[in-house]
Design a protein around this ligand. Structure first.
Ligand code: NAD
Length: 484
């Protein structure tokens, strides 16, 4: 059995299949973005472990499904309690592995994982079957758990995003094979330990480690998977969608974003500028980030003056320090990708207003960057950078604001700052996005649908939408007068 000591926490680096740790002779290096240190040599899964994990999930499925929501609830609530009891350990490991700010991991991000398990246990129990009479029959709609589900997650917020998908799958009665991303795999290994402690039956939750194109591709190609749930880039989403289609497996994809942050002249400009500069938090590695600043021309100067003040207050540093607001990027390859976008923008004639280079402190930090594009067609406006890089454009009036907001192939989210309730309604409805926040950001009721339009995703998660996805809906039709 292989383990690594990370931030004083002992983490298994093996797979977790059928309730047991499974070692692998092949390993990959997992490095910390903070200082490049090798944190762990992690099991590098292949088609064989993918099969083994899905077999375990298939074997465990009938008994888990038969428990019903009320029978599964206690397991999920125990797991939630254990997450809450282990916030410090989970946060410390996630911070070393992914470099998200330690204080936000401790204060909210990890606890959100616990909330996911509790909320879906409650929702599954609260489901009311539809029941009605028509044409001489009783009709009833019931949920049938779908079967083993493959869950594939990205490297940003790995623990939260994995629980976000695993919780509804388990609550709906599916068993799960989870594959976290290879750049930040450790917190999901801790989740497997907590599942054991919560006495989840063997095979109900399995975690396999490895490279996306290897074990990930094998999982999504397997006919044993009855659902595929993916969060990651649109490019990978396409190939996973093709694999799911081959097996006629329902598939949900939460993909990238290029969300607009609109500021109207009637807005609280300081609040808007603070939120705009806040998009550099977590080094901009947030799918929902409002990376296209669209500001009404009449308040351009006033907005930029305030934006500069808030952006200047950012502190690039070690994510374990309380003073830090901008952490390093996840990986050298990602730093080069972000840098490539800005360099191409510079060469193409876009104006770099702020930043535009690696930070002087070295390592994987990139300076918070603002680019004023020469045109709305610029690559930096049209493609997701996934780093601390924002663009700045102005508009004259609502019509142009909406046109610009809707002018990329993405449609994950939008943020609107306005003082007018009427405009909030009009603009909110006209923007093509899965979520529109008005004078707010990131707050969302867990029962509301979540997902993207355009190339930002297929399907919806959240609340009953997720529970329906992990179920096959059945119509049970019983003729009136059936007495025996
Ligand atoms: P990615 O697509 O490179 O990888 C995501 C996951 O897919 C990883 O676990 C990876 O190993 C796996 N994978 C890669 N190729 C695969 C294949 N052929 N078959 C099966 N699995 C495969 O994405 P990333 O770089 O890890 O994450 C960043 C992206 O995720 C950004 O585009 C970001 O916007 C998006 N994201 C979206 C949301 C959302 O809710 N919409 C949330 C977070 C991140």
């Amino acid at each position: 059995m292989s383990r690594a000591e990370v931030a004083g926490v002992s983490v298994s680096t093996d797979h977790f299949v059928d309730g047991e740790r499974v070692p692998s002779p092949d390993r990959f290096e997992d490095r910390s973005p903070i200082d490049g240190r090798v944190l762990a040599l992690v099991a590098r899964g292949d088609a064989e472990i993918a099969d083994r994990a899905l077999e375990a999930a298939r074997t465990a499925f009938p008994a888990w499904a038969a428990l019903g929501p009320a029978g599964r609830g206690p397991y999920l609530r125990r797991l939630a309690d254990l997450i809450d009891a282990n916030v410090e350990r989970l946060a410390a490991v996630e911070c070393e592995d992914m470099a998200m700010l330690l204080r936000s991991l401790r204060a909210r991000v990890i606890a959100r994982g616990a909330r996911n398990f509790r909320a879906y246990a409650d929702l599954a129990e609260a489901y009311e079957e539809r029941d009605w009479r028509s044409g001489g029959s009783w009709n009833r709609v019931t949920r049938m758990p779908a079967g083993p589900a493959v869950v594939i997650t990205p490297w940003n917020a790995p623990f939260m995003l994995s629980t976000w998908k695993t919780a509804p799958a388990l609550a709906a009665g599916c068993t799960v094979v989870l594959k976290p991303a290879e750049w930040s795999p450790l917190s999901c290994s801790l989740l497997a330990d907590l599942a054991t402690e919560a006495e989840l039956p063997p095979g109900v939750l399995n975690v396999v480690q490895g490279i996306g194109e290897e074990v990930g591709a094998a999982l999504v190609a397997s006919p044993l998977a009855r659902r595929t749930s993916f969060t990651g880039s649109p490019e990978t989403g396409r190939s996973i969608g093709v694999a799911a289609a081959r097996n006629l497996v329902p598939f949900t994809a939460e993909l990238g974003g290029k969300s607009p942050l609109l500021v109207f002249e009637d807005a609280d400009l300081d609040a808007a500028a603070r939120k705009a500069a806040g998009q550099y938090d977590d080094a901009g590695q947030v799918c929902l980030a409002g990376t296209r600043l669209l500001v009404e021309e009449s308040v351009r100067g006033e907005f930029l003056e305030r934006f500069d003040r808030h952006a200047d207050a950012h502190v690039l540093g070690d994510p374990r320090d309380d003073a830090t607001t901008v952490s390093p990027l996840i990986h050298q390859r990602h730093l080069e990708r972000v840098e490539g976008f800005v360099e191409r923008a510079r060469v193409a004639g876009d104006r770099i207003v702020r930043g535009g280079r690696r930070a002087a402190r070295g390592g994987l930090w990139y300076e918070p960057t603002l680019v004023e594009p020469r045109s709305n067609d610029s690559e930096i406006v049209q493609r997701e950078v996934f780093g601390p890089v924002l663009t700045f454009q102005t508009f004259a009036g609502e019509t142009e604001a909406i046109e610009l907001a809707n002018s990329t192939p993405y449609g994950l989210a939008a943020i609107v700052y306005t003082g007018s309730a009427g405009r909030a309604e009009r603009v909110g409805r006209a923007i093509r996005a899965g979520t529109v926040w008005v004078n707010s950001f990131l707050v969302r009721d867990l029962t509301a649908p979540f997902g993207g339009a355009g190339i930002s995703g297929i399907g919806r998660e959240g609340g009953d939408y997720a529970l329906d996805f992990y179920s096959d809906l059945k119509t049970l039709q019983i003729a009136e007068g059936t007495t025996r």
